[in-house]
Each structure stands twice: as structure tokens, then as C-alpha cells.
Write a protein that binds this ligand. Structure first.
Ligand code: SF4
Ligand code: SF4
Length: 441
């Protein structure tokens, strides 16, 4: 049985987690710091404080950025504690109807597909799309919600609808499956397009498992453990049907990747231990795309184009802080781009999840503006991160601070370099042919 006090008692009160804590930066209070959260959760468990609206408000203010977990000398899983506390809050206060409706869509792809289709056809009617040469919104067709909020546009075809289940290579070097994640499936389909381009270029067999479900992160971060558990089981059972046939499952989205690999393990360990071995087998083949491309392919040697763009790279929390994947995307990008580092690429963008984005947007906005101002100071054409949630948050706040840099997932930049590389080779061949013809004359 999971007890908050087991983990809280391991906190040595060193305070190392406080200076970088996202919520503490925008709301400097001991109660909203990792150390404070641990104390409060133990106090609630022991009946010293009530699970009331103040408690709810406090535990819902954590951004789940994992900075505290990375820096803590005891690696205390504060994020997991907060998620479990949110489940207790959900038990007492329930979950808002519209969040439950959203989680229903996450459990049933047909419903999400339907909403996405309707969203595509009606998004220009219900929302205003701003025109204007300099507007980031117009460049990305970002609909503008009321109260000035931006949301990403839906696409005519989702990533999963767009491609066949199998895309074989002529002489395959490896075989991988793609777990695309909801944002890249429904909104930022260019991420998956870029991954397909890259894998084809590397002669890798591609398998797109069509029955994949949402990883469950939005529900987990909201304390809807029923939906979380349903999706964990569904995904593991489905992954088991093909795990022996692939070398890796590639996940181009930081949050989905962390959810599948790290959060599933944590949840399973405490709430469904019978599934631990089944998850362990799958976990070994789960990779963030930049990590896998860097470690297991020769892509670095295959692209010889000169730097195409200047880019500043933001470390998405769920790959950077959770897995320490910081070097890999930079190593891939530095071949093809000039990287101009921002002051602190590790500072969270402030996305925070569905509750922070909807009910506590004032917190997301404070942190988002810090990040956007930091990006604005860098003289670069693009900002990049391996995460579409960061993309949403960063794009929205760059718009607020008047920065017109464009956002590109690292895979998009790599795919663009591949196109250049192919063109360079084609032109080289053409020059060679011309030379031969001239000699013949
Ligand atoms: S997960 Fe992030 S916001 Fe939450 S307590 Fe830890 S450092 Fe602070
Ligand atoms: S870094 Fe870890 S041990 Fe130190 S105060 Fe924070 S949670 Fe406690």
C-alpha cells in the first residue's frame, strides 16, 4: 500500500530542489515548493490538514516539470506524489465534466478522430484566425480562442490516417515502430512526416501500429487514475503483440515518452505490480527519437550539408530532466544548424498540463513569458524542442512578447537537411553527367 509519509520522511530538507522549481519561481512560497509539497502530503495523510479546496489548489499548481526529482540527492519522486495526491482530490471533488469528456476521447480514438474532423472543418468558423504578415498565428494557421488563447489547428488527415501500417525499406537495416502521441497525430502532423522522411532515408523498416492509444498523460496528471490504468493496460497489451518484431518503439514527443517509459513504471510499481515484468520488456525498446537516432544510426555521417539555419534549443522537461537527454538532439542538430544557446535551455516552458492550461493559466503565463523573453534575446531563426506541448506553450508566449521566431521539432530540421542533402547529391550527379557528355563531344 502506497504511503506518502514513506517518501516524505526521506526528505532531508536540504532545499536543493527549491531554486529551480517552476511553481516556486512564479509563486515563491514554501507551500508551493517540492519540500513543502512533501510536508503537506504527509500532513494530509496523517489527518493534520484536510483535503479541502486549499489543498486541491496547492497540489494542482505543480507543473510536474521533474526538476526537483532530477536535482534531489535522494531522487524523491515528488511528481508521482503530486499525481497520487491529485487522485485523492479527484476522489473527493470529482473531475470537471469537460475534462471527463476529453478523457473519454483519449480512451476512444474514434471519438477523438470525429472531433478532430469536425474541428478541421469548423475551426475557421468558431475561432478567429488572425491575418497579418508578421503574425505567428497566420504562419501556423493557429486559431485564436476567446480571451486571446492560441490553440493548434486540426489537420484534414491525422498522422495515423495518412500513412499505411507498414512502410518497408528496400534493404532494411532495422525495423522500428512509431508511437506518435495525440498532439503530433491530430495537430502537429509535420513531426510524424519528418520522422517518416528520416527513417526512409536511413533504410529502416517502418511499422505504424494503428491501434495505439493515447499514452494517458493528460488523465494521469489530472488524477483520473481509472482512465490512466485503462490506457496503461490497453497500450501494454497492444505493444506486446509486436514488441518482438521491432528493434525499437520511437516516440517523438517528450511527454508521451516519459509517460510510457517512466510514469508507467512508477504507477505500475505502486498500483498494479503484477504488470511490472510486462512493462519491463516493453520499456527496454522505448526511445526518444533523437536519442535513438543519435545512438543507433549513422545519420550524423550521412548528412553533409552546411548549416542551414540558426536555432536555439529548449530542453523539454520530460526528456531533459527525466532522462538527461540533452546532448543527443544537439549532436544531431549541430551538423545541420548553428546552435545558439539561450540563457537557460532547461527552464520549464510552463505548459504544466490540462489543469494549469485551463484553470491556472495565470501561472502558465508567468512562466511562459519568462521562457519567451529568454528565447527572444537569442538571435536565431528557429526555436526547437522535442515536444509538442512545449511547442504550444512557447509559440503562444513568443506571440505575446512579439518574437517571430518559428518553432521546429528537431526532426523537422533534420528532415529538411535530408531534402537538401538529396538535392545536393542529385545536382552532383547531374554535373557529373554533363561533364561526361561534354567530354564525349
Ligand atoms: S515537479 Fe517542478 S513544479 Fe512541481 S515541485 Fe517539482 S520542480 Fe516544482
Ligand atoms: S532536494 Fe530532495 S531531500 Fe532536498 S529538500 Fe528537496 S525533496 Fe527534500
Amino acid at each position: 500500500m502506497f504511503k506518502f509519509s514513506d517518501i516524505s520522511d526521506m526528505c532531508i530538507k536540504c532545499g536543493k530542489c527549491i531554486p529551480g522549481c517552476t511553481i516556486h519561481r512564479v509563486n515563491p512560497d514554501e507551500a508551493t515548493s517540492p519540500r513543502g509539497f512533501l510536508d503537506i502530503l504527509k500532513a494530509a495523510e496523517e489527518g493534520e490538514i484536510d483535503i479541502d479546496k486549499t489543498f486541491k489548489d496547492t497540489v494542482e499548481s505543480c507543473f510536474l516539470c521533474n526538476q526537483c526529482v532530477e536535482i534531489c540527492p535522494n531522487s524523491l519522486p515528488t511528481d508521482f506524489m503530486i499525481e497520487s495526491a491529485r487522485a485523492k482530490v479527484a476522489e473527493k471533488y470529482g473531475i470537471a465534466w469537460w475534462k471527463r469528456a476529453f478523457f473519454f476521447m483519449l480512451r476512444h480514438r474514434w471519438a477523438y478522430d470525429l472531433i478532430s474532423k469536425l474541428g478541421f472543418y469548423f475551426q475557421t468558423c468558431g475561432f478567429k484566425i488572425e491575418e497579418g504578415k508578421k503574425s505567428i498565428r497566420s504562419r501556423f494557421s493557429l486559431p485564436l480562442l476567446h480571451k486571446g488563447r492560441l490553440i493548434p489547428a486540426f489537420r484534414k488527415k491525422t498522422f495515423l490516417q495518412k500513412y499505411p501500417e507498414k512502410i518497408p525499406a528496400k534493404i532494411p537495416k532495422k525495423r522500428v515502430a512509431i508511437f506518435i502521441g495525440c498532439l503530433a497525430n491530430y495537430n502537429y502532423t509535420e513531426v510524424g512526416d519528418a520522422l517518416i522522411e528520416i527513417l526512409k532515408f536511413l533504410d529502416i523498416d517502418i511499422f505504424i501500429p494503428k491501434k495505439q492509444n493515447c499514452c494517458g498523460a493528460p488523465a494521469y496528471f489530472t488524477g483520473d487514475f481509472k482512465t490512466t490504468e485503462y490506457l496503461i493496460k490497453k497500450n501494454i497489451e497492444y505493444f506486446e503483440t509486436f514488441i518482438d518484431d521491432v528493434d525499437a518503439i520511437l516516440v517523438p514527443e517528450a511527454t508521451c515518452f516519459a509517460m510510457l517509459k517512466k510514469d508507467y513504471e512508477e504507477y505500475i510499481k505502486y498500483y498494479m505490480p503484477d504488470w511490472l515484468e510486462r512493462h519491463k520488456k516493453i520499456k527496454q525498446k522505448l526511445f526518444a527519437t533523437t536519442e535513438w537516432l543519435y545512438k543507433y544510426t549513422d545519420i550524423k555521417n550521412k548528412i553533409k550539408t552546411k548549416p542551414l539555419h540558426s536555432v536555439t534549443y529548449h530542453d523539454a522537461c520530460h526528456v531533459g530532466k527525466v532522462f538527461g537527454i540533452r546532448k543527443e538532439p544537439r549532436e544531431l542538430l549541430k551538423n545541420i544548424c548553428e546552435i545558439r544557446e539561450m540563457e537557460n535551455p532547461d527552464v520549464c516552458c510552463g505548459f504544466g498540463g490540462i489543469t494549469i492550461q485551463s484553470e491556472k493559466f495565470h501561472l502558465a503565463k508567468k512562466e511562459g513569458l519568462i521562457k519567451a523573453e529568454m528565447i527572444k534575446k537569442v538571435d536565431a531563426e528557429f526555436v526547437s524542442a522535442e515536444c509538442s506541448a512545449c511547442r504550444m506553450q512557447i509559440t503562444e508566449h513568443m506571440d505575446k512578447v512579439g518574437d517571430n521566431k518559428l518553432f521546429r521539432h528537431p526532426l523537422e530540421l533534420i528532415a529538411e537537411a535530408i531534402k537538401e542533402e538529396k538535392m545536393r547529391k542529385r545536382e552532383g550527379k547531374e554535373r557529373e553527367e554533363m561533364g561526361k557528355i561534354k567530354k564525349g563531344n
